[in-house]
Design a protein around this ligand. Structure first.
Ligand SMILES: O=P(O)(O)OC[C@H]1O[C@](O)(COP(=O)(O)O)[C@@H](O)[C@@H]1O
Length: 353
């Protein structure tokens, strides 16, 4: 049978036969943008892909194999660890160790930087293996957030390789484990999204060259913290609750799992915020493995990400691996609408919330 006939038959049956897998996509990208590259980053992305599939598989089976609930320990940043946090972390560490391309790893679950002594790799990976894990028992979407740095020239691997601004990351993204597993990835040339076909065991390109809408009347923030917010943040949120030009207020959407909240924001537009407040004076979310990767993705999709002073998140230079920051990210038009509330010293008497 000729190739054309096979193709027509597949089309008639509604079967797509020319799928772009993540591996194919990365190899094509490399040929286009870095034809002389060593292929090391490609291999590293392949190892990341394996970790995501393994974590997705483990989360899907978690309830059946008694993996839901607390493990009875706390992690580097003082949070109670879920059993799946511990296992997700182990899966991630082993995948990075096994890749041979990773020299350093920062994980939310480990107090110290991990150095793979025997590795000759030239990359450092920062990650939150299972972000949003407090939602796990309720079956809410959680995810893995990651960023990749190339080691500094001549470095044999030290903390300086990761205490760098977000602009220096060479790749970043997240995988969301929901109804399907979605991987959103940037290597600095826009954002591309993939969906895991569990039968094929492959991430398939489903969101090529993703762009976030310029504006959307959706805000995403934990309003339970409003009592601790600054006047500026309270006034900003109050302004969104008033009828806008179309007569309707903004819609509030908050899941409480950063990956899921950012995923919706990336696809639909709007704004997500987790500001510092009088309770969490430095903010809650971690700069290296939560704020930077999400900020890079958002910027690459045409959006913006700033801290509580309205400064570009990616320009921060963390002093510690588990440093925190307030963050606001989303559609460009929405972040711009927020900025005056962050930068002007607003004094208000009271806000009706
Ligand atoms: O429950 P809160 O205070 O709204 O915090 C929710 C935020 O905390 C996180 O769950 C991160 O915390 P963990 O890393 O401890 O899971 C984010 O995913 C989410 O955006």
């Amino acid at each position: 049978m000729s190739n054309n006939t096979t193709q027509n038959l597949a089309e008639q049956k509604g079967i797509q036969t020319d799928l772009v897998t993540l591996t194919r996509f990365i190899l094509d990208e490399q040929k286009k943008s870095a034809p002389n590259a060593t292929g090391e980053l490609t291999l590293l992305l392949n190892s990341l892909q394996f970790a995501f599939k393994f974590i997705a598989h483990t989360i899907r089976r978690s309830e059946l194999v008694n993996l839901i609930g607390l493990a009875g320990v706390t992690n580097a940043t003082g949070d109670d660890q879920k059993k799946l946090d511990v296992i997700g972390d182990e899966i991630f560490i082993n995948a990075m160790k096994g890749s041979g391309n990773v020299k350093l790893l920062v994980s939310e679950e480990q107090e110290d930087l991990i150095v793979f002594e025997s590795s000759k790799g030239n990359y450092a990976v920062v990650c939150d293996p299972i972000d949003g894990s407090s939602n796990l028992d309720a079956g809410v979407s959680v995810g893995t957030i990651f960023g990749v740095y190339k080691l500094l020239p001549g470095s044999a691997g030290s903390i300086k390789d990761v205490l760098r601004s977000g602009t220096e990351m060479v790749a970043a993204g997240y995988t969301m484990y929901g109804a399907s597993s979605h991987l959103m990835l940037t290597t600095g040339n826009g954002v591309n999204g993939f969906t895991l076909d569990t039968d094929l065991g492959e991430f398939i390109l489903t969101y090529p060259s993703l762009k976030i809408p310029h504006t959307r009347a959706i805000y995403s923030i934990n309003e339970g913290n409003s009592h601790y917010w600054t006047d500026g943040v309270n006034e900003y949120i109050a302004s969104l609750k008033k009828p806008q030009a179309n007569g309707k207020p903004y819609s509030a959407r908050y899941i409480g799992s950063m990956v899921a909240d950012v995923h919706r924001t990336l696809l639909y537009g709007g704004i997500f915020g987790y500001p510092a407040d009088s309770k969490s004076k430095s903010g809650k979310l971690r700069v290296l493995y939560e704020c930077f990767p999400m900020a890079l993705l958002l910027e690459q999709a045409g959006g913006e990400a700033v801290n509580d002073k309205g400064e570009r998140i990616l320009n921060l230079e963390p002093k510690q691996v588990h440093e925190r920051s307030g963050i606001w990210l989303g559609s460009k038009g929405e972040v711009e609408r927020l900025l005056p509330y962050l930068t002007k010293k607003i004094k208000i008497q009271s806000v009706n919330l």
